[in-house]
Design a protein around this ligand. Structure first.
Ligand code: NAP
Length: 327
C-alpha cells in the first residue's frame, strides 16, 4: 500500500504514516503538479493525499478509479468533482472542525485590521509618516463593539466567529443560511434573516459559505449597494464568492467603507491589484488555517482518512460517505 502526497505536509502526518507502515512518495518540487502529472503519480499508488491539487475532475476520477481514498488537506472541496468520485467509487475525505478557530480568527483579524486602517497606517510609518496621532480627526477607524455582524453561512467557522464577537464585543448576529441554525439562535441570539435584510442591517458582512454553483459570484455591485456605506465586507471562504472587479469599484466609489479578504479571485492576486493600495482594504494570501497547531491537526485528519481508506474502513471525515468501502 502506497500513498502519493503532492506537497510537503507537517511532520506529524509522515510520523503517523510511518507508524501505520504505509509507504509514500512526496512531490517536493516547484512548481506544483498539473493534473496530467498528478494522474501519472496516482496510477502508481493506492491513495492520494491532496494539498490543494487542481484538476480533480471527472477525467481524473475516471483515470484513477483504482484509488482507495483521496484525502484532502482542507475542509473545502470546491473544484473537486465529488459526483465523479462517487460514480467511480472513490471515497473522498476532508478535515472539518479542526480549522474552525484559526479561520474564524483570520476573519476577526481582517475585521479589526480594516476597521482601524492598521495596515495602511503601518505602511505610512515606513514612508516616514506617523499618521493618526497628528490630529484628533485624522485617519480614524470605526468601532466594532456593540455593532451588528451579518454572517452569510453560519456553519462551523461562522459559528466560531459569532461566539468570539458576541462574547467579547457584544456584537449582535444576523445570519443567512438555507436552513436554520437553532443552536446558534439559542446560544448566541443569532437571528435568521433574508439576504437583503442581512445586507441592509449589518455593520460587517462576513462570508463563510462553501463555494458552490449557488454561492459563486454571490457578492457583486448589486449586493454592495444594499449594504450600509459604513459597512465592511469580509471574505475568508473562497474568492469565487465575490466579484473582485465589482468589489474594487464599490470601494473606489465609497459604496461600502472597507473590505478584508483572505481569499481572492483569482489566487494568487496580482501585485498590481488596486485593493493592495487602498486605505480601507486588507488582503491576506489565504492564511485561514495557517497556524502550526491547526496544520498539524489537518495533517492528522488527512492521514486518518488515508489509513481508514486503505483498510477499506469508512473514512472518519468523509465527503461522500455513500461510496461503498472495501474495494
Ligand atoms: P460549513 O460548516 O458547511 O458551513 C457552511 C455554511 O454555509 C452552512 O451554514 C450552510 O448552511 C451555508 N450555506 C451553504 N450554501 C449556502 C447558500 N447557498 N446560501 C446561504 N448559506 C449557504 O463549512 P465550514 O467548515 O464552516 O467552512 C466553510 C468554508 O470556509 C469552506 O467550504 C471553505 O471554502 C472555507 N474555508 C476557508 C479557509 C481559509 O483558509 N480561508 C479555511 C477553512 C475553510 P445551509 O446548508 O443551511 O445553507
Amino acid at each position: 500500500m502506497k500513498v502519493f502526497i503532492n506537497k510537503v505536509i507537517p511532520e506529524i502526518g509522515f510520523k503517523l504514516l510511518d507508524e501505520a507502515g504505509i509507504a509514500y512518495t512526496v512531490w517536493k518540487e516547484k512548481p506544483i503538479l498539473d493534473r496530467g502529472q498528478a494522474i501519472q503519480f496516482c496510477k502508481g499508488h493506492d491513495a492520494f493525499l491532496s494539498v490543494g491539487q487542481a484538476g480533480l475532475d471527472a477525467d481524473f476520477f475516471r483515470e484513477c478509479k483504482h484509488l482507495k481514498v483521496v484525502a484532502l488537506h482542507s475542509v473545502g472541496f470546491d473544484g473537486i468533482d465529488i459526483k465523479a468520485a462517487t460514480e467511480n467509487g472513490v471515497p473522498v475525505g476532508n478535515t472539518p472542525n479542526v480549522l474552525n478557530k484559526a479561520t474564524a480568527e483570520t476573519a476577526l483579524l481582517l475585521m479589526l485590521t480594516v476597521a482601524r486602517k492598521a495596515l495602511y497606517l503601518h505602511n505610512k510609518i515606513k514612508q516616514g509618516e506617523w499618521g493618526a496621532s497628528q490630529q484628533p480627526t485624522q485617519d480614524l477607524g470605526i468601532d466594532l463593539a456593540g455593532k451588528t455582524l451579518g454572517i452569510v453561512g453560519l456553519g462551523r467557522i461562522g459559528t466560531e466567529l459569532a461566539k468570539i464577537v458576541t462574547q467579547s464585543w457584544g456584537m449582535k448576529i444576523l445570519y443567512h443560511n438555507r436552513t436554520t441554525n437553532a443552536e446558534a439562535e439559542k446560544e448566541l441570539g443569532a437571528k435568521k434573516v433574508s439576504m437583503d435584510e442581512l445586507l441592509a442591517g449589518s455593520d460587517v458582512v462576513s462570508v463563510h459559505t462553501a463555494l458552490t454553483s449557488e454561492t459563486k459570484g454571490m457578492f457583486g455591485m448589486e449586493q454592495f449597494k444594499k449594504m450600509k456605506p459604513s459597512a465592511i465586507f469580509i471574505n475568508t471562504a473562497r474568492g469565487g464568492v465575490h466579484k473582485e472587479d465589482e468589489l474594487i469599484e464599490a470601494l473606489q466609489q465609497q459604496i461600502i467603507w472597507g473590505a478584508g479578504l483572505d481569499v481572492t479571485n483569482p489566487e494568487p492576486m496580482s501585485k498590481d491589484n488596486p485593493l493592495l493600495e487602498m486605505e480601507n482594504a486588507v488582503v491576506f494570501p489565504h492564511i485561514g488555517s495557517a497556524t502550526k497547531e491547526t496544520r498539524d491537526k489537518m495533517s492528522t485528519c488527512a492521514v486518518e482518512n488515508i489509513i481508514a481508506g486503505l483498510k477499506g474502513d469508512p473514512l472518519p471525515y468523509p465527503v461522500n460517505p455513500e461510496v461503498r468501502q472495501g474495494k
